[in-house]
Design a protein around this ligand. Structure first.
Ligand SMILES: Cc1cc2nc3c(=O)[nH]c(=O)nc-3n(C[C@H](O)[C@H](O)[C@H](O)COP(=O)(O)OP(=O)(O)OC[C@H]3O[C@@H](n4cnc5c(N)ncnc54)[C@H](O)[C@@H]3O)c2cc1C
Length: 301
């Protein structure tokens, strides 16, 4: 059978698109390998009606609600190649399955590149986070270390100052700060250490201190840092989607890419990485795809 849409990726973006398209009576297959970036964390925050839910429970409820719509099918698999064009895409998977679809939605998220600081992977998602809007509340008024450099250090310090006034910046090598930026941080009593980080010491995922190579130890209860990211899959580039320098797919307000019939939503298509933003982008892409399908049907009658 030819599906109306193949959705690659079953996180908040792909699942919300599936919900919209299922309710719009479109035949959809959601191909998902189940390796969401937030699977390392215990709780997802800031999603209205779902605050503090675990990522796996979020997906379980989402799938339960989507299964009400019989035109949506789920496949636990990895899409590995795509051929064809608008109206007739062929998707091949790691398990040797082949799916045909009129439209494609990449909701593939982003992937973290390996963390290059000793001890960081022990605390990532438990007491070291990337987004204060997601996890700042749990670390409010605590001593925090920000691992960040350059203009971004000043920006992150300003943002996090709303949650705590006990901030230390570790630039893990040259700070890349302008003199004025360094002074601004000094004025706000925010120490900046540029010694490389030796290791992060923790207990059951809870950070205790950050040890620097120059012998300094900084006691803290939480860390915010900027991980290096790559797209969840090379498939968008492989079929000609335009990509930003940061590796996200370039889309319009309804998730449409430069390749006819191809959409993208969620972390894969924005630098604002939050579940509710991903879900809303998935919803918009669902609307865009449904409108395009209906328009084509209308013209063919
Ligand atoms: C540690 C951490 C904590 C976070 N905490 C919060 C929080 O508290 N609140 C919040 O709002 N946000 C939080 N986020 C961000 C949030 O997780 C993301 O914004 C959200 O999951 C993005 O949804 P998505 O659907 O775009 O991508 P994802 O949820 O990453 O889902 C993408 C899916 O696509 C699959 N996929 C990729 N390529 C393929 C392929 N070729 N074939 C099949 N499947 C594929 C992946 O395996 C994955 O299952 C956190 C992120 C991290 C890393």
């Amino acid at each position: 059978m030819t599906y109306d849409c193949a959705i690659i990726g079953g996180g908040p973006a792909g699942l919300n698109a599936a919900l919209v398209l299922g309710r719009a009576r479109k035949n959809v297959v959601v191909i998902d390998e189940g390796r969401a970036r937030n699977r390392i964390t215990r709780e997802t925050h800031g999603f209205l009606t779902r605050d503090s839910i675990s990522p796996s429970e979020f997906r379980r409820i989402a799938k339960e609600q989507i299964r009400v719509y019989p035109s949506v099918t789920f496949a636990e698999d990895t899409a590995i190649s795509i051929t064809g064009a608008d109206g007739d895409f062929q998707i091949t998977t790691a398990q040797g399955q082949s799916y045909q679809s009129k439209k494609l939605l990449f909701a593939i998220g982003m992937k973290d590149l390996p963390l290059d600081i000793k001890g960081l992977s022990d605390v990532y998602g438990k007491s070291a986070f990337i987004c204060p809007y997601c996890d700042g509340w749990e670390l409010r008024e605590q001593p925090l270390v920000l691992i960040v450099k350059g203009a971004d250090a000043l920006h992150m310090a300003k943002v996090i100052s709303g949650w705590t006034n006990n901030i230390t910046i570790c630039t893990n090598g040259p700070d890349d700060l302008m003199d004025a930026q360094r002074e601004e941080l000094q004025q706000h009593n925010i120490p900046v250490y540029d010694s490389p980080i030796q290791s992060i010491e923790s207990d059951h995922g809870m950070v205790q201190q950050v040890d620097l190579k120059d012998g300094t130890s900084i006691a803290c209860r939480g860390i915010f840092f900027r991980p290096k990211l790559m797209t969840g899959s090379d498939l968008p580039q492989a079929i000609g989607c335009e990509i930003t320098e940061a590796g996200t797919v370039i889309v319009d307000n309804f998730g449409k890419t430069n390749v006819p019939g191809v959409y993208s939503a969620g972390d894969a298509a924005t630098h604002l990485h939050q579940a509710i933003i991903a879900a809303s982008m998935g919803s918009l892409a669902g609307v865009g795809i449904n409108n395009e399908l209906n328009e084509e049907e209308w013209r063919n009658v």
